[in-house]
Design a protein around this ligand. Structure first.
Ligand code: ZN
Ligand code: ZN
Length: 441
């Protein structure tokens, strides 16, 4: 999840449609969940420290996956390993009949050199794209993995009371596989994570660390919540000449400059102002010497959208603009447009159903309505297969601060671990209970 949100607004407490659960039974289950969280929290926090100190890059989560599987096996679940390289799943079958749901945690770390004061901070270095880099859990995936291991421990202890089954997915390469490799959620789906065993879940859930919320708070928004993440490389070609004789050249620097400005008109002139989108040129590279007009300029960037129609329109307009601008100047171009994860959309009906459950799980005052983000998240692949709900977990201890996601000073507090375990455990159990009470909704 590469970008952070800028603003958080208080949620409207919408109690209409709140599910009525048998109060006494529910309270007893809540108490058992809370006791279990308290009992296992110190061990899970210690496990989080181990993950944090030994972060592994995308598609390299070998020791992380071993640690995950070692935690899962004694709990009596059906555990599978080696899915999409290092992915792990565990199926918990409840003691009562009910639907199958799924929940995902991501396991990979980032090429970021950690600069926090955490006593268990990462000092690890590894090779990434041919360079030696620091490696850190700067996106909080150590929190997600440890929270989910805690949820498994808690719910395995309540198995007899659970009306349905839960598929726990531990996913590699959420940040994207290394160049030339495949990996992540789409490969897990391709390898049958939803088709084997218990069948397709009726819903899938995930949480993500969010440095703009305090521990104990959670955030969400209905509809698109994370953007589609596309990547493009454009090569603008002209004709090389001496810098003093521009009339003998076709200048790709001038063409590229015009193209960069014209690309910004896609957002401002071609699309509805009500349709969110971003076109960013992040790399402009060309030329070797001050007095030589080069042959070629390389442009590289990203496109972020929420809607598939808008996504297609941006690509189409990019081609038209590059074609028009280069031809007008007598140059040529190549455009390589790569579609990565689609937009992550919180299913409207599922969100409506989950909102009161989340308010019950975290406390109504702790549930914040947050703005959607133009960052990306490959949970989208799962949420395109079955209704999905993705929410943000507060990770900042009151009185402290954290840098943004993907930065060296990103700092998730240990207390987010029990808070996350409690919220997700209650949410999953309540969802299964409410599904059984209200099967038609
Ligand atoms: Zn990330
Ligand atoms: Zn992330």
């Amino acid at each position: 999840m590469p970008l952070r949100l800028s603003t958080v607004r208080c949620a409207l407490v919408a109690l209409a449609g709140l599910y009525t659960l048998p109060a006494a039974a529910q309270t007893a289950l809540d108490a058992r969940i809370d006791q279990a969280v308290e009992r296992i929290a110190p061990g899970i926090v210690e496990l989080r420290h181990r993950l944090h100190q030994d972060p592994e890059l995308s598609n390299r989560e070998v020791k992380t996956a071993e640690l995950v599987a070692a935690h899962l096996r004694p709990l009596g679940l059906i555990v599978k390993t080696g899915i999409a390289k290092t992915g792990v799943t565990a199926l918990l079958k409840g003691g009562k009949p009910g639907p199958l749901i799924a929940v995902r945690a991501d396991m990979d770390a980032l090429p970021v050199t950690e600069q926090t004061d955490l006593p268990f901070k990462s000092t690890k270095r590894d090779s990434f794209q041919g360079q030696e880099v620091g490696v850190a859990h700067a996106c909080g995936h150590d929190i997600h993995t440890s929270v989910q291991l805690g949820v498994v421990s808690v719910l395995a202890g309540l198995r007899d009371e659970i009306p349905g089954s839960i598929l726990f997915i531990f996913q590699p390469a959420e940040e994207g596989p290394p160049a030339g490799e495949r990996g992540g959620a789409d490969l897990m789906l391709e390898e049958g994570v939803f088709s084997a065993g218990a069948g397709k879940p009726v819903a899938i859930f995930a949480l993500h660390s969010f440095p703009e919320l305090q521990v104990g708070q959670v955030g969400y928004n209905p509809g698109p919540t994370m953007a589609a993440v596309d990547q493009f490389v454009a090569k603008v070609r002209g004709k090389q000449a001496h810098g003093a004789y521009p009339h003998l050249s076709v200048d790709p620097v001038v063409i590229a400059a015009q193209a960069i400005l014209a690309l910004q008109t896609i957002r401002s002139r071609n699309l509805s102002p009500f349709e969110p989108s971003v076109v960013t040129v992040g790399i402009v590279r060309g030329g070797e010497r001050f007095n030589i007009i080069p042959e070629e300029v390389h442009l590289e960037g990203t496109v972020r959208t929420y809607d598939e129609g808008v996504r297609a329109e941006v690509e189409r307009r990019m081609r038209e603009i590059l074609d028009g601008v280069t031809r007008a100047a007598g140059g040529t171009f190549d455009l390589e447009y790569k579609k990565n994860a689609p937009a992550t959309v919180n299913d409207p009906a599922l969100t409506e159903k989950v909102r009161p459950l989340l308010e019950r799980a975290a406390g109504a005052g702790n549930v914040k309505l947050v703005e959607p983000s133009m960052g990306g998240e490959d949970f989208a692949y799962f949420a395109n297969e079955v209704p999905g709900f993705f929410f943000r977990l507060g990770i900042v201890k009151p009185g402290t601060t954290s840098g943004g996601l993907h930065t060296p000073t990103f700092r998730a507090d240990d207390s987010a671990v029990p808070a996350g375990i409690r919220t997700m455990s209650r949410l999953l159990v309540d969802f299964l209970l409410s599904s059984n009470l209200n099967p038609s909704r």
